[in-house]
Design a protein around this ligand. Structure first.
Ligand code: BES
Ligand code: MN
Ligand code: ZN
Length: 523
């Protein structure tokens, strides 16, 4: 056995704790001692902003709208110095939120992120983000806080140049109308919640960003243990002996080719007084590197397969958020961890392996490894009491063909559960959209020799992958999020740099607060 890898997780943790909580101030915008005040601008609403801010900018706001230099398009920015007798902020930044018709707080999340990323770039340390005028909602405050916090993520942690490191921004949420300290309170709570959710999204991003020589299955398990202990979660890490004792032949089959042993991380949140006996089970794919195994991938872009544990990272980070936000229901998180490698002991195409639940699988393609490890993990989540399942996985390249790079694939049964997970995801800013699991597709997974084949051919590749998982859910309500094309941004957006996105963390954490809407969970 190899010696344990040198762990850098202490540095990882220090980094992720660096974003500062977002404060909320009732004081008038004009009185704030900040480097920049950010005001969200709806498309086509230049008149009100001009009336409010022309005075302190020498008419630059109306000039910007008139020249169409700025029109409030999502993610666009306009910055001008600002000064005046009763005006303290050094600058005014307008950030586009897009049209007001059909407005959702997700637009504000992106706007806040875009503004904070730009402020960080310019080294404007103190940032006050104004909620929209005319009755901002509590949801707006949470979304703004999330956006401001998400902007603290930084990928370049292995650079030696100290100047490459961005500054930490101190962000405040403020109001455009006068506000009493008492009326401020619910906004403060919402901002605190948003900070936790986004800081945990950033934790998932940091984990997904780590290279696979650092983030081995054992290193992941150690970090998850540390996160769990710090959060007062119950932690259990299954080693290869326990995994094999439980008969998890699919997980062991994938692990065979690697010198790194597999692990299964289990985190449990058990509140003293749960409002329901339902137990939410979160399962995340933890392939720390996916070469494809003997069915090896082309080397072009293979390096991105270090992110094949993004689902597992989302589950660990969501458990941390849940531990901090304290929903009144029990939640378990299960992350099967392997490195998918070719080698003299590796699984061969055509090998038959047996799952812990008893079903046999003919492994026609060793690159369809995620569904194998998830099958045993879904089974294990049921063994430890989960009654409602959600799995998150970078499962298929095909999902990016079906839905592109901005939308997560959503699958599952029954419909009410899938609908609830989808609604929660869309509100959390993790856009997801359902695809069908019609029985007709099941034929594609037929094997001549075993209960199931692990691939179903190219047509509907994401659907057959999801159908494979459905064989291991024991008929429980189950939803599957295929994040293969959303876990990693290939291109920078105004609100998000290239790299890990932290997708699904907020969705999973928010789900633990929805049990009042679960028909089967009502007391
Ligand atoms: N980890 C990959 C899926 C993936 C692809 C994630 C691109 C992120 C970006 C998964 O294990 C895989 O290899 N899937 C195969 C399935 C096929 C063999 C049926 C795929 O998508 O090609
Ligand atoms: Mn694969
Ligand atoms: Zn994979």
């Amino acid at each position: 056995m190899l010696p344990a890898p040198v762990l850098v997780h202490n540095r990882v943790m220090r980094y992720t704790e660096q974003s500062l909580p977002v404060g909320v101030v009732p004081a008038a915008l004009a009185s704030l001692n900040v480097d920049v005040v950010v005001v969200p601008a709806f498309a086509g609403e230049g008149a009100a902003l001009s009336a409010a801010y022309d005075g302190v900018t020498g008419g630059r706001v109306s000039a910007a709208f008139e020249s169409r230099e700025f029109a409030g398009k999502p993610g666009t920015l306009f910055v001008t110095p600002a000064a005046g007798e009763d005006w303290r902020p050094a600058r005014l930044m307008l950030v586009g939120v897009g049209p007001r018709a059909g407005y959702e707080p997700s637009q504000l999340r992106r706007a806040a992120s875009a503004a904070a990323l730009a402020a960080r770039e310019h080294r404007w340390r103190r940032v006050a983000f104004a909620l929209p005028a005319a009755g901002p909602s509590i949801e707006d405050a949470q979304a703004a806080s999330e956006g401001l916090t998400l902007a603290a993520h930084y990928s370049g942690i292995y650079k030696n140049d100290p100047d490459a490191r961005p500054i930490d921004i101190e962000s405040l949420i403020a109001f455009q109308e006068p506000m009493s300290a008492a009326a401020c309170e619910p906004f403060e709570k919402a901002a605190g919640r948003g900070y936790i959710l986004a800081a945990c999204s950033n934790l998932a991003r940091a984990l997904a960003n780590e290279p696979a020589n650092v983030m081995t299955p054992r290193a992941f398990a150690d970090i998850a243990t540390q996160v769990g202990i710090e959060s007062s979660l119950k932690v259990d890490v299954l080693d290869e002996d326990r995994i094999s004792g439980l008969g998890m032949g699919l997980l062991l089959g994938v692990a065979r080719g690697s010198a790194e042993p597999p692990r299964m991380v289990v985190l449990r949140y058990e509140p003293a007084r749960a409002a329901t006996s339902a137990v939410l089970g979160l399962v995340g794919k933890g392939v720390t590197f996916d070469t494809g195994g003997i069915s090896i991938k082309p080397s072009d872009r293979m390096h991105l397969m270090k992110t094949d544990m993004s689902g597992g990272a989302a589950v660990v980070a969501a458990m941390k958020a849940i531990a901090a936000l304290k929903p009144d229901m029990a939640v378990v998180g299960v992350v099967p961890l392997v490195e998918n490698m070719p080698g003299g002991r590796a699984m061969r195409p055509g090998d038959v392996v047996r799952s812990a639940e008893g079903k046999t699988v003919e492994v026609l393609d060793t690159d369809a490894e995620g569904r194998l490890i998830l099958a045993d993990a879904l089974w294990y989540a049921r063994q430890i009491g989960a009654t409602h399942l959600v799995d998150v996985a970078t499962l298929t390249g095909a999902i990016g063909i079906a839905l592109g790079r901005s939308t997560t694939g959503l699958f599952g049964l029954p419909d009410w559960w899938v609908t609830l997970v989808g609604r929660t995801a869309n509100r959390a800013g993790d856009r997801a959209w359902p695809l069908p699991l019609f029985d007709d597709y099941r034929e594609q997974l037929r094997s001549e020799i075993a209960d199931l084949a692990n691939i179903g051919g190219r047509p509907a590749g994401s659907i057959t992958a999801a159908l494979f998982l459905s064989e291991f859910t024991g008929g429980l309500p189950w939803a599957h999020l295929d994040i293969a094309s959303t876990a990693w941004a290939e291109e920078a957006q105004p609100w998000q740099p290239k790299g890990p996105t932290g997708v699904a963390v907020r969705t999973l954490a928010e789900l633990a607060f929805t049990h009042g809407e679960w028909p089967s969970a009502k007391a």
